[in-house]
Design a protein. Sequence first.
Length: 321
Amino acid sequence: MPTLKQLGEREVIRRLARLLPSRRDVRAGIGHDVAVVAGGAAFDWLLKSDAVLEGRHFRADTPARWIGHKAVGRVLSDLAAAGGEPCWALVDLVAPARTAVARVEGVYRGLAALARQHGLAIVGGDTTEGPVLELHVFAVGRAPRGTALLRSGARPGDRLYVTGALGGSRAGRHLRFAPRVAEGQWLRAGRWATAAIDLSDGLATDLGHLVEMSRVGAELFADQIPIARTVLQAPGNPRRKGTRRRPGAALAHALCDGEDFELLFAVPARRAASFEAAWLNKFRLAATCIGALTRRTGRIELVDARGRRTPLRGRGFEHFV
């Protein structure tokens, strides 16, 4: 009998999904950043749950407010990828009985501050004792009926864009990130994007999810991928003057580290120029074209500055592996 480690996260999810019931009002279920459920004539409901665990998503000495920030930020990032408006959330707290009350209050101040910033009401949850500190967050958002952005919907020829810069999670950004809620809503409202996903597991892995759900392939332009300054300035990753070449180690961080919580999305080629002009007029945050989608279903290639193509072999984070 295989173990979770032997199957890997994707196959485990596929097997479990086959066991679960659905309903007619489910518009998008397992496999997307959020579940989309019909909410009436005007809106669809967007449902998402996520968890952060001590020793897995944060260390025992992590400042309390950043634990709360990350817990709520993760679900907000998924709602952002769908272009959703955050509405309500439930927070389940698991903690050892010896945990100082002041630390728990600090966690909740951190999650409340970020939730308040994005109009997300914390309306309840549960508390229980456990061996380490954990937060399990279930969030509800909404989007006008039939408009939620999904991982499916991208087409060959679409241009791939990413917000911000990638690879800074190991320098602390995995805690102090800003979920791109406003940007996701703007992409959805303007119908700019054909598909979107948030980068929680790393560009290499999350692009794989988008490619799989949209049944397309992709090519990534290695010298166009925006790399976080903290990575480029790290020891052993000097950036060469007078060239656009990126150190291989720095690029690997941008592709595989994960927990960037930026948005990766596809825009039709015919709208790319107008999209870029509109984005620059709206946001200070960069949105960089890093590739294009192809007809080579499931195949992702890395294209260097000389046009040489190699299959993308690196993978981001995956549970059980």
